[in-house]
Design a protein around this ligand. Structure first.
Ligand SMILES: Cc1cc2nc3c(=O)[nH]c(=O)nc-3n(C[C@H](O)[C@H](O)[C@H](O)COP(=O)(O)OP(=O)(O)OC[C@H]3O[C@@H](n4cnc5c(N)ncnc54)[C@H](O)[C@@H]3O)c2cc1C
Length: 496
């Protein structure tokens, strides 16, 4: 094994959106950063945007099914991408903020569901993140969805406003889905307008304080029993074909929710035999995902074709069961309507993606299995998760609710086709397994994402989510990461 001395103060693991945001914020605050990224080569793709619309998009493939076993629902899948930029090579770019209630509503069930951060504390970091992402959105608040900063304004078509008015009577909003779609015209050799590697990490390469080591698969965070902190990181260098060690003052773990959780389990040591950060037995528990469905409905009368997509927000918190909700994303179906939408055409067919929520609990978890190992001889994760009846009922009710809403608004519609996808993993939104809580009894990390057991290690991806609101998670993971990194920078500068 090679040993390297290191004058970098913080190691950031992972160059996906969460890690890239942490590195960006640390460098902005004058803290030297070494980023370790498992992937070696940036994956290509193609994106052509003209007049504010995506004309052609080709994304690279992802891996799935190779790092886990499924002891809950046997269909459970896990998609990941060990490449520079992580899953932002593939993502759609939807960036809704969480609403203030998303941080508190679970408390109605139990104190363990209250986040250790409020919306007001998050708001500046949401905005800081949004300003880096070239988002197209309507910058007006709607019920249950606060507006964010939008580089490009877009409102839903005029004739959809009457559906929006009826949605309002149900306490819901209908608005443009906030999308990190980039500038109106773009031709690029990547599959997504916002890719965390090209948009955030590459610009850092010109900083003398930033170093990227790619092909560096981190195997373990090394705890020093004498210093009472993690003082080094062990990784496999795929170029040299050897293990290497790097020391640092602090470590930001941002490998994607499940890979981060796996790394903490793989970092078990004499002081933390059940995994780093797991002295209270919380690590790996409270796994959650977004149950997801995609279906099509036909309207009896045409409305403007929706491009970009529209977003129907969840039902009001006060009248919903805590932590059970859905959101609806409404968009185009088929090439013909895609082309017709470019010239402002109308149509009668709408595609809907529904994201639901589930109540995180001790019954759903990601834990190492002692039966199977990965390429590095480390245990695979056992994903033990299954959607229960309440979750499925909420998803079915979501179909009916939208049909009723269309009917009330004078656009009677019929459900056509439901693609069966109600098993975990298809939304690629896992979270919760290194959760944030004000008490270590219910949390692996504190309000600034510091592991209670090892406060010089921060976990900065969706694994830190206390609950999983029905909104897409990446913007919130990035904003949390920015907040945690800024706090870490202040502490390091103050010599703490
Ligand atoms: C098709 C698709 C569409 C999506 N659309 C949306 C959307 O519209 N909105 C939304 O909010 N989310 C969306 N998502 C999810 C979104 O992509 C993820 O939430 C987001 O990428 C997570 O960011 P991350 O940085 O936490 O993790 P990742 O993007 O997974 O990045 C993790 C990084 O860590 C690296 N890494 C992992 N393990 C190690 C290790 N041991 N050592 C070193 N490096 C390591 C990986 O190589 C990778 O670079 C979508 C996902 C997919 C697949």
């Amino acid at each position: 094994m090679d040993s390297m001395s290191n004058d970098q103060r913080v190691i950031v693991i992972g160059s996906g959106p969460a890690g890239a945001m942490a590195a960006h914020e640390l460098i902005r605050n004058g803290i030297p950063v070494t980023m370790l990224e498992a992937g070696s080569q940036f994956q290509g793709g193609i994106l052509l945007r003209l007049m504010g619309r995506n004309f052609y998009r080709r994304v690279p493939p992802m891996e799935h099914g190779t790092r886990h076993i499924a002891s809950g629902d046997p269909q459970t899948d896990w998609y990941f991408n060990l490449a520079p930029g992580g899953l932002s090579n593939q993502w759609t770019g939807a960036t809704p903020r969480f609403a203030p209630e998303d941080f508190t509503e679970g408390e109605r069930l139990h104190e363990c569901y209250r986040w250790a951060v409020t919306y007001d504390e998050m708001a500046p970091y949401y905005e800081r993140t949004e300003r880096l992402m070239d988002i197209t959105a309507d910058s007006r608040d709607v019920p249950n969805l606060p507006a964010g900063y939008a580089a490009y304004q877009q409102q839903i078509p005029h004739d959809w406003q009457q559906i929006a008015r009826h949605a309002n009577t149900h306490g819901q909003g209908l608005t443009t889905m906030p999308l990190a779609d980039g500038p109106p015209s773009l031709l690029t050799r990547r599959g997504t307008a916002f890719n965390s590697f090209t948009n955030l990490v590459r610009p850092l390469l010109s900083s003398p304080h930033f170093r990227l080591i790619s092909g560096a698969h981190v195997l373990k965070l090394e705890w020093s029993a004498t210093k009472r902190k993690v003082d080094s990181v062990l990784y496999y260098d795929s170029v040299a074909g050897t293990q290497k060690r790097l020391s640092a003052d602090a470590v930001v773990v941002a490998c994607g929710a499940l890979n981060s959780t796996k790394l903490l389990f793989d970092s078990a040591c004499a002081d933390f035999p059940e995994g780093l950060g797991n002295s209270e037995g919380v690590l790996g528990n409270y796994l959650h995902d977004h149950p997801r469905e995609w279906w099509i409905f036909d309207m009896q009368k045409p409305l403007s074709l929706l491009s970009p997509s529209a977003y129907l927000t969840r039902l009001p918190y006060a009248t919903s069961q805590p932590l059970l909700a859905t959101s609806w994303t409404l968009g185009l179906v088929g090439l013909k309507d895609k082309l017709r939408s470019r010239i402002g055409g109308k149509g009668t067919v709408v595609g809907v993606q529904v994201f639901g929520t589930m109540i995180p609990s001790l019954q759903h978890y990601a834990k190492p299995t002692d039966t199977k190992k990965d390429a590095y001889g480390l245990p695979l994760l056992d994903l033990h998760i299954r959607y229960d009846e309440a979750v499925i009922e909420t998803m079915i009710a979501a179909r009916q609710h939208l049909m009723c809403l269309m009917d009330e608004a004078g656009y009677p519609s019929t459900l056509r086709e439901i693609v069966p996808q109600l098993f975990p993993g298809t939304s690629v939104h896992y979270g919760g397994t290194a959760r944030m809580h004000a008490s270590r009894k219910y949390g692996v990390v504190d309000t600034y994402n510091r592991i209670y057991d090892a406060p010089n290690v921060l976990v900065c991806d969706a694994s830190c989510f206390t609950t999983g609101a029905e909104k897409n998670p990446t913007l919130t993971a990035m904003a949390l990461s920015a907040r945690a990194a800024e706090h870490l920078a202040a502490n390091l500068k103050a010599g703490r």
